[in-house]
Design a protein around this ligand. Structure first.
Ligand code: NAP
Length: 307
């Protein structure tokens, strides 16, 4: 039986692993098949303290993983499919057909991209629709693209793409961006980025061969529809917490984020949660890492009271 089992391997999970390992708790991290979380899709991180020069997200994640392994953390790369938190030891099943038992669990499952919900959208991911400019921008070199959203992610995507593509049309459903002022100033000064305010993507337009040829934009208010030719649509409209597998056991808020109290304790004694799966406000690598640290300290204290 494990003392500490950590589910998820982004900044929160890796930091929880570093702290739990250094507390001699020999943590096992169920990292999933694609560990590293959202930072694996981030080019340059300029705001993680301690790095004078920008650091690529995957490089930072790999450093955290190695640091945790050096401290004694162990890794399993399968996906958690079911949990039983009815009483300790908690049971965790994975798609690797393994079952784990642990005295405590720290959930650090992060969040994933929200989609527009348009017909055919899912099928077109990787074939004209993308949620990651860093991953897919290269395929649109010299072409025209749409970015949907008005937060920091959308503006970051637009800024990144502007250096590769011909034009970026930035479609936002309101007349004001949600993104930070510095990001707004940067993006609105780019000559090949054009905002379209108060608009929503109503439909993805395809050629008879099934290739993306544009999008139908609906003006909110007037209801007028505009056909916009483009080669790609980048969706950057926020995130959904990765908490589905826990909803039977844990108190979640209306958007599915895990509710924590008294530090990073969930409603079940011995189950803790940290990072983007609990945080809809800050969502930064550094805040996720900080929460991972605090959850591991809470967990260590819990175990020392139990022994
Ligand atoms: P966000 O701040 O929640 O912004 C989501 C955007 O998408 C909003 O503009 C929202 O419109 C729009 N939106 C949501 N649902 C929509 C829908 N169904 N259709 C059309 N538009 C929709 O999410 P985010 O941009 O992913 O950022 C998340 C957090 O990470 C933020 O705290 C952000 O500051 C941070 N972040 C920081 C950096 C950085 O510092 N370098 C980079 C990326 C993200 P409304 O504005 O009308 O709600």
């Amino acid at each position: 039986m494990e003392k500490v089992l950590i589910i998820g391997a982004g900044p929160a999970g890796y930091t929880a692993a570093i702290y739990a390992a250094r507390a001699n708790l020999n943590p096992l991290v169920i990292a999933g098949p694609l560990p590293g979380g959202q930072l694996m899709l981030t080019s340059d991180i300029e705001n993680f303290p301690g790095f004078i020069d920008p650091i690529p997200g995957p490089e930072l994640m790999e450093a955290m993983r190695q640091q945790s392994e050096r401290a004694g953390a162990r890794y399993n790369y399968s996906q958690v499919t079911e949990v039983d938190f009815s009483k300790p030891p908690f049971k965790i099943w994975t798609d690797g057909d393994e079952t784990f038992e642990s005295q405590t669990v720290i959930i650090c499952t992060g969040a994933s991209s929200r989609m527009l919900g348009l017909p055919g959208e899912k099928e077109m991911i990787g074939k004209g629709i993308s949620t990651c400019a860093v991953c897919d921008g290269f395929f649109y070199k010299g072409k025209d693209v749409i970015v949907v959203g008005g937060g920091d992610s959308a503006l970051e995507e637009a800024s990144y793409l502007s250096k590769i593509v011909n034009t970026v049309t930035l479609v936002h459903r309101r007349e004001k961006f949600r993104a930070s002022k510095i990001m707004q100033d940067r993006v609105l000064s780019l000559p090949n980025v054009t905002p379209v305010w108060n608009a929503a993507v109503e439909k993805i337009l395809l050629t008879p061969e099934g290739k993306l040829r544009g999008a139908l934009l609906k003006q909110i208010g007037s209801g007028e529809s505009i056909e916009k030719k483009c080669d790609g649509v980048f969706v950057a409209i926020g995130h959904i917490p990765g908490t589905e597998v826990f909803k039977k056991w844990l108190d979640l808020d209306e958007e599915g984020y895990i509710k924590v109290q008294n530090g990073f304790r969930t409603n079940i004694d011995g189950v803790f949660a940290a990072g983007d799966c609990v945080d809809r406000v800050y969502r930064q690598a550094v805040t996720a890492a900080g929460m991972g640290c605090m959850a591991a300290l809470d967990c260590e204290r819990y175990l020392s009271f139990m022994s």
